[in-house]
Design a protein around this ligand. Sequence first.
Ligand code: HEC
Length: 152
Amino acid sequence: MRRISITSGCVLVAGLAAGYLSGFANPKIIKTQEPAAEAPIPAADVAKTNPVKHSSEGIAAAKKLYGYHCAMCHGAEGDGKGDLAGDMKLTLKDWRDAKSLAKMTDGELFYIITNGRGKMAGGEGDRTKEEMRWNLVSYVRSFAKKDVAAKR
Ligand code: HEC
């Protein structure tokens, strides 16, 4: 009886090990674990312009939210050097440099803030009102403007 249970135990362990190893050895399995390629942002979203007027109240509210939801990655100064970005080994754009976002429309920024992208999983979705997400677009852009002002 004892003998049988030892044998079946060995078979079980061997079976588990084989399954475990084949998971690593089989490139097909590894491939399916990679994140899916990002779909391009729809043209209608890229073309959107910011409908929310720039206001100091809006920017102040966005700044507060940014501190809670974004700064851990993008950095309090928008330099892309937040603690979490460091932990996740992310290379983020330095928004203080006006060139960093020059090729992106407000619509694209809004889309990414809303839906997330790549390692910025999730996005704000509906947990943040649309108006506030547009304020975040303005706030993100303001890091470069501050830099210009500081250099004057
Ligand atoms: C977990 C870290 C993380 C958090 C938190 C995060 N982001 Fe991002 N963000 C990223 C990464 C990574 C990218 C680049 C995505 C890509 O293009 O693959 C990105 C891209 C962006 C972009 C597009 C421009 C660019 O620099 O590529 C904007 C705008 C943006 N984030 C805004 C925000 C805002 C606003 C918040 C908070 C509401 C936020 N992010 C929270 C990691 C993060």
